[in-house]
Design a protein around this ligand. Structure first.
Ligand code: IDP
Ligand code: MG
Length: 137
């Protein structure tokens, strides 16, 4: 059965012209684009999306960053554990520690500007797709 996850090419990725490269990698891996839209994320939506981090000291910075310019919002589909495939391709959160060959490892240096978001499990994928693409049942 097809399995979907949610990805954001964050504002830094769009500003640096890396969306094509990032989407290319997912497509080359065999994942299918189900939805994609360039959109500036407002503070309310960002707050919902990052609700689990509301008490963290960097929360304000995070909300400001994710909405500072348009982001590319994407839903990807694969056969199984798509969220995990995407997370592996993204690399760990801190790009200074992400392995070469991963998106963050190849293109990032700053934890606050780490290029991509990917849902961290099937429940988050469903929740996040619902926030950003409510029309996708
Ligand atoms: P993830 O994006 O790899 O799932 P999370 O722990 O869910 O990482 O954190 C969400 C986002 O918050 C990260 O992608 C990163 O941009 C930002 N972030 C996480 N930790 C820090 C930090 O210590 N300082 C600044 N930003 C952070
Ligand atoms: Mg996360």
């Amino acid at each position: 059965m097809a399995d979907r996850t949610f990805v954001i090419c964050k504002p830094d990725a769009v500003e640096r012209g890396l969306v094509g490269e990032i989407v290319r990698r997912f497509e080359a891996k065999g994942l299918k684009l189900v939805a994609a839209e360039l959109r500036t994320i407002d503070a309310e939506t960002a707050g919902k999306h990052y609700a689990e981090h509301a008490e963290r000291p960097f929360f304000g910075e995070l909300v400001e960053f994710i909405g500072r310019s348009p982001a590319m919002l994407i839903v990807l589909e694969g056969p199984e554990d798509t969220w995990k495939v995407v997370r592996t391709m993204m690399g760990v959160t801190n790009p200074r520690e992400s392995a070469p060959g991963t998106i963050r490892g190849d293109f990032g240096l700053l934890i606050g500007e780490n290029l991509v978001h990917g849902s961290d499990g099937p429940e988050s994928a469903e929740r996040e797709i619902g926030i950003f693409f409510p029309g996708l049942a």
